[in-house]
Design a protein around this ligand. Structure first.
Ligand SMILES: Cc1cc2nc3c(=O)[nH]c(=O)nc-3n(C[C@H](O)[C@H](O)[C@H](O)COP(=O)(O)OP(=O)(O)OC[C@H]3O[C@@H](n4cnc5c(N)ncnc54)[C@H](O)[C@@H]3O)c2cc1C
Length: 466
């Protein structure tokens, strides 16, 4: 049997390699370290954690990443098995001893018969005779390989920097203050004239907002990020505010072409617009609001915007050095590049964010590649599972609103906004409210996810046995 080639021995590549090997398919894992390093990795080990040692919350009932942990465990993930085996105390989070964790992943993969580990950079497109390849080279993909991918996919298809605007859960927006309307009621090619959510600010509110942006605590670029250029189209809101007090009113907070139906006689001084981000309609993106404010400052300042007082954020803003594809356009549902299907992508380069999410997409890519090699029909994870929800964000769920030189698809952690909605169960015939309702909704989503996951896994096992 021809081997599957996996490029990149990080979180995604290590997990993909394990998943392929456990199906009895030979796999060659190519890792460029130690021959060539990155700006963040420090060792030659596989699955090195480049920053925090936390896999975040392990609460599988009420937290989307905790649910993803559990799904990974049930699907026999190597990353989760070694994470669990190398835990350090961290309250409700799962944190690991980083050295022992990556040493254990490395030793396990080195000991598996079907796995060969080849050290060295893949410095261009993989040779044509490699008929099944998983590219899992992460946010710091080597320049030679990213240049080759860019040439293949097109100038706008691979970004070297993310410019993340915050995303708000729709049901946390106060619709007594906000209203739906597109600027000048324009419907555009796919809209209905009421596609944006608008939050109005009067002059004192706008002035206070600008002051807060100017004084809010910002994160610094890392030393090696500082020289990466970013363009005027992607300026953080606090940098726009620094350029002049009115700059935001002429940029993302323009009040023109909008009438507030709650107070039609009053012209708003500035307006924040949110655009629907996913097909489910659960997530709204704050248009043009990319920011490098620290997370604490961000939530505090953004909640001063009328209508967002109780906002819950599925994603906070940021700007980082990153390498990621415009996946909804480029990848098919099983993560293969439409233009060259022998290449499949996994991990952060697909537009997920975080160690656990990268491992999960590595797991799926590994299962898909192994199944394909064994001639099986690929069974997709249900959209109701965390696997399916995350895969949906990458390949289908996001509503694209690209502008020239600026793309709307940005990396995302797993979150409950990516799941199809559920009916919140009543208690003794009564509707729940407030935090009881929020917790019951999360429990309903996670219970449904794990039942559907078990069904998917058992069907896949039965089919493989036939
Ligand atoms: C500075 C920094 C800090 C971060 N902090 C956190 C954090 O605290 N928590 C969190 O959850 N996430 C964090 N992330 C995101 C994190 O990197 C990813 O979530 C995760 O490591 C991505 O997994 P991956 O497998 O896609 O990529 P990686 O884990 O980066 O693995 C990619 C591998 O590919 C190798 N490689 C690259 N190019 C080639 C090539 N051409 N040939 C062969 N091998 C190659 C690299 O050496 C690397 O080993 C951080 C990212 C960065 C850059």
């Amino acid at each position: 049997m021809n081997p599957v080639h996996v490029i990149g021995g990080g979180l995604a590549g290590s997990e993909a390699t394990w998943q392929i090997a456990r199906r009895g398919v030979p796999v060659i894992l190519h890792e460029m370290r130690p021959e060539r390093g990155t700006d963040a990795h420090k060792t030659d080990r596989l699955a090195e954690l480049v920053c925090s040692n936390s896999f975040r919350s392990d609460d599988r009932e009420h937290n989307a990443v905790g649910l993803l942990h559990e799904e990974l465990r049930r699907a026999d993930s190597l990353i989760m098995r070694m994470g669990d085996a190398n835990q350090v105390p961290a309250g409700g989070a799962l944190a690991v001893d980083r050295d022992n964790f990556s040493a254990a992943v490395t030793a396990t993969l080195e000991s598996v018969d079907q796995v060969s580990i080849a050290r060295g950079e893949i410095a261009g497109l993989p040779p044509a005779e490699w008929d099944s390849v998983i590219v899992a080279t992460g946010p710091l993909t080597s320049l030679a390989l990213s240049a080759a991918i860019r040439e293949l996919t097109g100038e706008d298809a691979l970004a070297f920097f993310d410019a993340i605007a915050p995303i708000v859960y729709f049901d946390s927006i106060d619709m007594n203050v906000a209203w739906f309307q597109s600027r000048y009621d324009k419907a555009g090619p796919a809209g209905n004239g009421a596609d944006y959510l608008n939050c109005p600010l009067d002059r004192p509110e706008y002035d206070a907002f600008v002051d807060a942006l100017l004084s809010g605590e910002k994160t610094e670029f890392r030393e090696w990020e500082a020289n990466t250029p970013y363009f005027d189209g992607c300026l953080p809101i606090e940098v726009m505010a620094e350029r002049g007090r009115e700059t935001l009113r002429y940029g993302p907070m323009k009040p023109v072409g909008l009438t507030n139906p709650h107070r039609p006689e009053e012209k708003p001084y500035a307006v924040v617009q949110l655009r629907r981000d996913n097909a489910l309609g659960t997530l709204y993106n704050m248009v043009g609001f990319q920011t490098k404010l620290k997370y604490g400052a961000q939530t505090e300042i953004l909640r001063t915007i009328p209508g967002l007082g109780g906002a819950q954020f599925a994603r906070l803003g940021g700007l980082h050095r990153n390498t990621f594809l415009n996946s909804p356009k480029l990848l098919d549902p099983t993560l293969r590049l439409k233009a060259l299907p022998r290449l499949r992508f996994a991990g952060q380069i697909t537009g997920c964010e975080g160690y656990v999410e990268s491992a999960a997409i590595g797991l799926l890519a590994g299962r898909f590649a192994a199944g394909e090699r064994l001639g099986e029909e690929i069974a997709m994870p249900p959209a109701t599972t965390a696997f399916g929800a995350l895969l949906g964000h990458i390949t289908a769920g996001h509503i694209s609103a690209d502008e020239p030189g600026r793309r709307s698809f940005q990396p995302m952690n797993v979150n409950f906004g990516l799941f199809p909605q559920v009916e919140v169960p009543r208690v003794q015939g009564k509707k729940l409210r407030g935090s009881d309702k929020a917790l019951a909704r999360k429990r309903a989503i996670t219970t449904r996810a794990l039942a559907d996951l078990d069904d998917w896994l058992s069907r896949a096992t039965a089919e493989a046995a036939e």
